[in-house]
Structures are given as C-alpha cells and as structure tokens.
Design a protein around this ligand. Structure first.
Ligand SMILES: [Zn+2]
Length: 494
C-alpha cells in the first residue's frame, strides 16, 4: 500500500494512521438497520460513508470483508431495555409474522441502497439467525462474573466491570457520576443498577419472538448481536467498527464492555462514527413529522419536499459534507447539490469528447498533482468534499479546453480520465443517471397526486364508485393509498 490512510478513531479522538491487523486484509463491521420501517435520510448517511470507505480500501488494494447486520429482533422501542420490540410491535399492529415485517423492510432497504449505488456488504447477518452465538456470549460473560440473573433475565453488571476495566472508554463519559446517581433508583426494577443493560430478556407469554435459553424463554438484548456476529465473521479482533454517532452510547460502549467481559480484551482497533443529518435544523423523528423516507425523496411524495430528488442527488448531497460534520437538509441544499452533480457529470461527458494536442498546455505534471491532491484528501479521514472541489476545478479546465482556451496533451488527457473514473465513480460511487429521469419521476408523481385529488373530490361528492375505482385500480398497479387526517398519501410498493 503506497497510500497512507489516516482515519479518525473515536476511541483516541485523533486521526490515526490505518494499519490493519493482517497485512493486505481489512475486517470491517458496520451497524445496519432495524428493519421495522422504511429507510430515511439518516440511514443513507452511514450506508454511504462506509460504502466510500469500503470502496477506497478496495481501491488501495486491500481485501476487505465488510459485515453489515440486519437487526430483526431485540431492539426495543426505548433503545434501553424498556418497551416493546420494534419489529414485534409492527407485526402485531399489521397482523403479520415478525419475519414478514423484517423481510419486507429488508427488501425495501436493499432497493434504496441499490438506487444509491451502495455496494452490498460481503456478509449481511441477521440477529434472529444468530441466537445461539448470542447465548454463547451471554454464558461467557456470566462465567466471568460480569453479569447476573434476575427473574429469568440476564443483566450486564456495569459497576463490577468498571472496577476492573473502563466503562466509558469510547464515549468518554464519567461513569462514576452516573453510577452513584442511579444507585438511588436501584431496586425499582430487576436491575441492580440503572446503568446495567440487558443481555437476555425473559419474554412475557404473549411475546411473539422468543427462543429457549438456560435462563428463560426470551430474546437477546440489542447490544449482543453486533458483538456476537462481529466475532463470528471477523474474529476476536478486527480492524474497523462503524456506525452513526448516536450509537456511540450506549450501543458501542456496551459492545466494547461485552467483548472485554467475554474474551478479556477489546475486539476493535478503529471506531468510526458519522455525524447526524438534521432537517431544517431539527432532529429527524417520526413524532416531529419531518421524517422523510428515501423512497419519498426519490418520488417527491412528501409535504416537506418541493420536488423529487434522484438517488445520485442524495448521494452527492451527503458526500459534499465531511462525514464527521453535521448536515442540514433543506430543499435549497438539495437543489444546489443537484446542480453541482449536473456540473460534474457534464464535465465527465465533455472529457469524452475533447481532443488532445501533442504539445498541449496542460501536461502530466498537472494531472499528477491533481491525482495526488485527490489521494491526499481521501487519506485525510475520507475528506470527500475536498475531492469534489478538486474535481470541480478540473471541470473548469475541461470547459476551457472545450472552448479552445486551453489545450491538453494525450498523456495528460488519459490521466485526467483515470482520475475521474477513480474518484468520481470508483471511490465516491457516483454514477450517471438517465437524463430526464428526474423530470419523468416528477411528472409521474404529479399525475398520481392528481388522481388522488380527483378521488378526494369524488369522496366529497359522495361518489363512492369513482373513489373506490381510483383506489382499487391504483392498488392493482402497486400503489398503496392511505387516508390520513391530512388527506391521502401514496406509496409505490414495487
Ligand atoms: Zn450494532
């Protein structure tokens, strides 16, 4: 590897030179989605961030094993150990098998990832398919004395662990304060201490997702799956673990504790976290009514959206910010990204049609420097916005060549083509979209809106025949129409 890649490690809070445990090979694990609803912009960010890392490592010549899980059991509503299982709840409400819910949203997640040109991971394990491995992990932690049983559930003993090791090593929290404070609350539930977290939960008889274990019929705690599956597919020690910044605490802190408590040493060398996306300055949330799914972005079918935005516009928008800085979504920001992407793609198109001149003004010393600057930006903790700005500079030159104000030698032209192929396509994962596809999507979505408007007029006139006809026939084409108090919404389930 001739390139020296530096990545920011949340553990040390510094940029560190990346050195894999095994020469030429990289093991990397990223927390995947909990599949109980459609993916939104917040899911696109880690997927794209770690897709770029996956692509870049491969470009540098590493053999990468990339594991990204599907959480289909154990993730409770309130993230800690309270509330109903997210997938079980959806299944109960929709009268489906939990695995039908998980499969449905996994398929839709894959569709969205394909549209965003996110490469599939090497392995995509499901939590529900690794109950035995998770029980094994719990047994090891129990045997080592860092967990206790309470009423059929098993909890991790954070206080005991913190005496021998450091709980808070990743999130840099002062756990002594938290532990002392929460002692007052001890005894209100099964836990000895409020900071303890569930490794195994006993299930109530009505619970639809449960498995036998030595302790009770139940299900694993949410944090167990990533430790158990990471270890199974990448070994007791591997290079990179990634995810959104919101996962640093408690999820990743608990993962570290579980690894150390079971095997005596940490599992991960580099912890990487992408920052969050806000919508008009607010956190995204279902309750805030600013929750926009990726499919809604692609069709423009959401009250917050002025129009449809193509998958590559979304990808480019995310890459225009460094992954550790915040990104605020607005229609204006996305429109600006679309323009930028168009400019870049025009540059690529022009690059194919310009001719070289043997004694052209732009020579290989220029293209070599450009290439070095792009590598430098990528090596500096995947600084994609800087790479994009270098490509924009090159686009300006390409336009000048088109206008005959500049000239380029044949060798430099070939190198320039390689730079675009490497950075715009292979590393950043952009791709040309069919011209006008965005406009077509928009027109198509306006036509469906119009049909629903006619239907709502028909309903107002008590013309049920017309209203039902529109709904039923749209359903036949795959449109799911839902009536809400703010009017009808639609979704294309294809
Ligand atoms: Zn995880």
């Amino acid at each position: 590897m001739t390139q020296k890649l530096f990545i920011y490690n949340t553990l040390s809070r510094t940029k560190e030179l990346f050195k894999p445990l095994h020469e030429g090979r990289v093991g990397m694990y990223v927390c995947g989605p909990t599949v109980y609803g459609d993916a939104h912009l917040g899911h696109a960010r880690p997927a794209i961030t770690f897709d770029v890392l996956f692509r870049y490592l491969q470009h540098l010549g590493y053999k990468v094993r990339y594991v990204r899980n599907i959480t289909d059991v154990g993730h409770l509503e309130h993230d800690a150990d309270e509330g109903e299982d997210k997938i079980a709840k959806k299944a109960r409400l929709e009268q489906l098998e939990p695995m039908e819910v998980a499969q449905h949203y996994t398929n839709r997640f894959h569709d969205a990832m394909t549209a965003l040109n996110v490469l599939p991971p090497s392995i995509e394990p499901h939590a529900s398919g690794h109950i035995i491995e998770q029980e094994q992990l719990v047994k090891e932690i129990l045997n080592n004395g860092y967990a206790y049983e309470s009423n059929g559930s098993i909890y991790f003993d954070v206080e005991k662990y913190n005496k021998d090791h450091h709980y808070g090593i990743l999130s840099h929290r002062n756990l002594d304060d938290v532990i002392n404070h929460s002692r007052e609350l001890a005894g209100v539930d099964e836990k000895r201490n409020q900071v303890d977290f569930a490794l195994w939960k006993r299930a109530e008889p009505q619970h639809i997702m449960r498995w036998p274990s030595p302790w009770s019929n139940g299900f694993p705690g949410w944090h167990c799956e990533c430790t158990a599956m990471g270890r199974k597919y990448l070994g007791q020690q591997f290079d990179i673990h990634g995810g959104g910044m919101d996962l640093v605490f408690p999820h990743h802190e608990c993962e570290i504790a579980q690894a150390v408590a079971s095997q005596g040493h940490p599992m991960v060398t580099y912890w990487m976290h992408n920052n969050m996306i806000t919508i008009n300055g607010q956190k995204m949330g279902k309750s805030l009514n600013n929750f926009i799914t990726l499919q809604e972005f692609f069709t423009g079918n959401h009250s917050e959206l002025d129009e449809a935005y193509s998958p590559m516009t979304i990808r480019f928008f995310i890459l225009q910010a460094h992954y550790r800085s915040t990104v605020d979504f607005s229609n204006d920001a996305l429109k600006a990204s679309r323009k930028g992407l168009l400019r870049l793609m025009e540059g690529v198109k022009n690059l194919e049609r310009i001719g070289a001149t043997p004694n052209g003004h732009i020579k290989t010393d220029f293209t070599r420097e450009l290439s070095e600057k792009c590598y430098e930006a990528m090596n500096d903790d995947l600084n994609s916005p800087i790479v994009i700005s270098h490509l924009f500079d090159a686009c300006r030159l390409i336009n000048q060549i088109v206008d005959k104000q500049e000239s380029i030698t044949p060798d430099a032209l070939e190198e320039l083509k390689t730079i675009f192929r490497t950075f715009a396509f292979d590393v950043l994962g952009l791709k040309a979209e069919a011209e006008g596809s965005n406009k077509r999507e928009e027109a198509f979505s306006q036509a469906v809106d119009l049909l629903l408007e006619i239907r709502s007029q028909a309903k107002a006139n008590k013309d049920w025949a017309t209203s039902d006809k529109i709904r039923n026939e749209l359903a036949q084409f795959g449109f799911e129409v839902k009536d809400t108090k703010d009017g009808a919404t639609w979704n294309l389930n294809k």
